[in-house]
Write a protein that binds this ligand. Sequence first.
Ligand SMILES: Cc1cc2nc3c(=O)[nH]c(=O)nc-3n(C[C@H](O)[C@H](O)[C@H](O)COP(=O)(O)O)c2cc1C
Length: 184
Amino acid sequence: MNLVIETIKERRSIRGFKPQQVSSSDLRTVLDCALSAPSACNKQSWHFTIIQNPELIQYLNDTAKTNLKKSDDPLFKQYGEDDTVLLYGAPTLIMVSGDDEDYDAIIDCSAAVQNILIAAQSLGLGTLWNGLINFAFQNDDVKEKTAIPAGYTTYFGIAIGYAIDGVELMKKQILTDGVIDYIK
Ligand SMILES: Cc1cc2nc3c(=O)[nH]c(=O)nc-3n(C[C@H](O)[C@H](O)[C@H](O)COP(=O)(O)O)c2cc1C
């Protein structure tokens, strides 16, 4: 099979990482792929913050859990209360933020995230697109500690690293019924 197609189809969310750090050259490659993503009017309204400090990663996890606990949404609340570790031991967290002035920022950021996931997969790295960690960024001290630029809002985190051997993947059924229509 074509290698790109194979890489896209083989990517899965990884929820269990080795402590081994991602090399700076692999990290640079995936970030270059992020910067190559399409964006509305080519405004490239994204910003990436690479966090590799273990204490800070732990602090973000704990702050997100505290904020999740306060959520009115029962599912989010449960994530705050149970013992789920949001980033599953990933040694690197990429926070993706969008320019508040740009109407399409969240879409641009999503395109960049997907490029990161596919590029990482092709390099033998595992990833988890992570929305829950963003709950930490409700706190001003977190935005300060991570130096999120003024005028940018964090949308997603990406946990990235090497999957632990035999990592368990969540069951997934690809839905096809009623998803695609052809009009010829
Ligand atoms: C916007 C977005 C946010 C997500 N946030 C989380 C998250 O916070 N925690 C998590 O474990 N998975 C998260 N995921 C991963 C999804 O659960 C996962 O992509 C989905 O179950 C399909 O599985 P797959 O990625 O293995 O194909 C997120 C995915 C997306 C697109």
